[in-house]
Design a protein around this ligand. Structure first.
Ligand SMILES: Nc1ncnc2c1ncn2[C@@H]1O[C@H](COP(=O)(O)OP(=O)(O)OP(=O)(O)O)[C@@H](O)[C@H]1O
Ligand SMILES: [Mg+2]
Length: 466
């Protein structure tokens, strides 16, 4: 809109300035001529006056008419309109005495639209059917009284032609500029909106579950940063999604195995009517063990879910870590005995601390239980508790199978078992150590492992004593 307004007013201004000269010359000429004629109009004969008019018309290169106070043509240098009334509004403003001089521009189209006299080019006498003329009018006086008007009609086609030319040129230039502005604006808006469109498409795909889609916004501006943040977020969501799927599939797998065993045992009991009672008793014992395993797996899973959803809260109280260690050793000694193993406990510090005794008992139990599980019959398990600076240091070493170097970084991963087959035999799920690690992290401590395959393994737990 504003572009159109600027263009229109500029073209208008150019037109005004082009016609300004024509109007000024026309008005000056006609006024001077009218003044000169006014002096003679009463004194000269009609013929002389007409001759004077003719020569003046020739000099000015136009047509001259004299109208009386009724607007009736008295003299016409083209000798056509005498006795008729001129249909030019500027003549009447003059006769009514509103102005001393006036002008107008008219398109002559061979006696069509305008009521004005048809115009012949006064110089070439060439008949031009469509032509723009200017009519300049000044009042004629006799003494003080208005007695009529002098009308001078001159062709202004040249001026109109040059105006049309300028207008056409300027319209073209403005149209080009407008097109350029529009293209530029379109490109700018594309540059601004494209990243937004790309981002919202990415968000849309993410909401539909496509976490692998990444958005590409080049550069280093805010939009590029936003896109990078979005990509990072979808990467995390993708990882979380995969971890969740992995967790669910592992968990289901761990639950399926004992359930399948129970099913086989129960089915053989159902279909074997004559089963000896000792065998039936043995089967029931196996079922019982599998149920224990199931409930321990479910318990571990629940603990992990609690830790993940940050719902696991420590119930801290003043406690003595040495007591917790002694208690775990005591509880596991029968299990070790069964395998001819010995647990040697060496408690050098009592380590009073503000911590969750239940959770730390779980830590001790899990690590010592592992040591028993992964040590051949007759082995030794050493449990020592010392103070190291501000930390309580708990070391549990065994003379067991050990852990290969490449497996060491993974033993704290969920469901990770070094020797899948053997672990299954010993009833392992691969969750124990990951729970141990999480509990120790919650206590702001650390757990590390050192191992030499075939010789043994040492777990070192460090817990801050406050
Ligand atoms: N003291 C150890 N000696 C050798 N290998 C060990 C020892 N402790 C752990 N591991 C290895 O690390 C793996 C992970 O241990 P983790 O306690 O997490 O699982 P698990 O004992 O198999 O099952 P559970 O969930 O019942 O504890 C074990 O499967 C075992 O292969
Ligand atoms: Mg374990």
């Amino acid at each position: 809109m504003s572009f159109y307004l600027v263009a229109a007013s500029t073209i208008h201004l150019v037109g005004d300035s082009l016609f300004e000269d024509t109007v000024r010359t026309g008005i000056t000429n006609v006024t001077e001529l009218a003044d000169a004629l006014s002096e003679r109009i009463e004194r000269e004969s009609a013929d002389d006056f007409y001759q004077r008019l003719l020569s003046a018309a020739q000099m000015n290169g136009g047509r001259l008419l004299v109208v009386d106070m009724d607007g009736k043509v008295q003299f016409d240098t083209f000798d056509e309109q005498c006795g008729t009334r001129l249909g030019l509004s500027e003549v009447y403003t003059l006769l009514r005495g509103e102005k001393g001089s006036d002008y107008g521009f008219h398109l002559m189209d061979g006696g069509g639209r305008e009521q004005a006299p048809s115009i012949l080019d006064p110089i070439t006498r060439r008949d031009i059917s469509r032509i723009w003329v200017g009519s300049f009018t000044a009042a004629l006086f006799s003494g003080e009284a208005r007695i009529g008007a002098l009308v001078m009609i001159v062709p202004v086609q040249d001026t109109v032609d040059s105006l049309t030319f300028v207008q056409d040129r300027m319209t073209g230039i403005f149209a080009l500029a407008l097109a350029a502005v529009l293209i530029f604006a379109y490109m700018i808006s594309r540059i601004v909106t494209r990243p937004i469109a790309e981002l919202s498409a990415g968000i849309q795909r993410m909401s539909e579950g496509d976490y692998q889609h990444r958005v590409h916004v080049p550069g280093r501006g805010e939009m590029a940063q936003l896109a990078a943040a979005f990509n990072q977020m979808s990467e995390q969501v993708h990882n979380l999604d995969e971890a969740r799927n992995q967790f669910v599939s592992n968990a289901s797998h761990e639950l399926k195995t004992p359930l399948a065993t129970i099913k086989i045992l129960v089915e053989s009991m159902i279909y074997q009517d004559d089963m000896p009672s000792e065998l039936r008793q043995e089967f029931l014992g196996d079922i019982n063990r599998e149920i224990d395993r199931l409930s321990s797996v479910v318990g571990d899973l629940l603990t992990l879910v609690h830790i993940d959803s940050h719902k696991l809260r420590l119930r801290r109280e003043m406690m003595v870590l040495a007591d917790t260690v002694r208690e775990s050793v005591k509880r596991l000694t029968p299990l070790a005995k069964k395998r001819g193993q010995e647990i040697v406990a060496k408690i050098d510090a009592e380590c009073e601390m503000f911590a969750d005794p239940g959770k730390l008992a779980q830590v001790c139990y899990n690590i010592i239980e592992n040591a028993i599980k992964y040590t051949p019959d007759g082995g030794t398990i050493a449990v020592t508790l010392t103070r190291g600076g501000r930390d309580a240091v708990l070391e549990i070493s065994d003379t067991g199978v050990g852990i290969p170097q490449e497996d060491l970084p993974h033993v704290f991963d969920r469901f990770y078992r070094v020797d899948k087959a053997r672990s299954r035999d010993t009833g392992g799920t691969g969750l124990g150590l990951s729970i141990v690690q999480q509990i120790i992290r919650l206590h702001a401590g650390s757990v590390t492992v050192q191992s030499e395959p075939g010789k043994g393994t040492t777990f070192i737990v460090q817990l801050p004593v406050k």
